[in-house]
Ligand binder design. Structure first.
Ligand SMILES: Cc1cc2nc3c(=O)[nH]c(=O)nc-3n(C[C@H](O)[C@H](O)[C@H](O)COP(=O)(O)O)c2cc1C
Length: 206
């Protein structure tokens, strides 16, 4: 009989939890979050890494789980990535089990759900560089709650919503749905101004 490996704890299992700041390169990329997610899902699947990446208030907060070697290799890649900077490791230690075992990497914009979660309110505004161990753990538990809530709701490794650099910046400021409507409104206003300009230029002869 073949043993079900999921019944046994993994022996070499670590998590790497860190924060970093998005750079102007990261912000100016056409779809930074999607690019990161696409590469990460592919690589993490190959390296048996699971985890979550949060973006909010100009910061990344990531928790990745896997073997010590796989996470050390990933950390070295992360340190060379110019889409973020000032990487600060909050925790890199052995863990008993994965918190995000169905996600090769789920990336989320914090504003999507954070404000609705009463457990996280004391951690706002989102400034993870100043968190102590207990606050980091509190946030990780909230993320785990989010993971458990999402289990069964959507496909494993579902791609995040597509964000352009402008959409990412705006969604950071006003939230994703408002950002969408704001962009629509600005575009509509620009079209109206352009039409008025054409009509007036024709009438006034310039
Ligand atoms: C905030 C952030 C999080 C990232 N997370 C991961 C990750 O979980 N896995 C991964 O392989 N690459 C991740 N990357 C990308 C790596 O820094 C690097 O670009 C990538 O591993 C290179 O992969 P490639 O050699 O296949 O192009 C992340 C980058 C950033 C900026």
């Amino acid at each position: 009989m073949v043993a079900d490996s999921t019944l046994f704890a993994e022996s070499d299992l670590y998590h790497l939890v860190y924060v970093s700041r998005i750079t102007s390169t990261g912000l100016s990329g056409a779809s930074t979050l999607n690019d990161i997610a696409e590469t990460s899902i592919k690589n993490n699947q190959a390296n048996d890494i699971t985890g979550i990446l949060c973006y909010g208030n100009g910061y990344f907060f990531q928790c990745v789980e896997g073997s010590e070697q796989a996470l050390t290799n990933l950390k070295n890649q992360l340190l060379m990535d110019d889409r973020h900077k000032d990487l600060k490791t909050l925790d890199f230690s052995a863990i008993a089990e994965r918190k995000f075992k169905g996600w090769s990497l789920r990336s989320i914009i914090l504003e999507r759900w954070l404000l609705k979660d009463p457990k996280v309110k004391s951690l706002l505004p989102f400034k993870p560089y100043s968190w102590d161990e207990a606050e980091t753990e509190q946030f990780l538990l909230a993320l785990q709650g989010y993971y458990q809530q999402k289990q069964g709701e959507d496909k494993i490794d579902a791609q995040p919503i597509k964000y352009s650099a402008l959409g990412l910046t705006l969604s950071k400021v006003v939230g994703e749905h408002q950002a969408f409507f704001l962009i629509q409104t600005v575009l509509a206003a620009l079209i109206i101004i352009a039409l008025l300009w054409v009509v007036l230029a024709d009438k006034l002869g310039f």
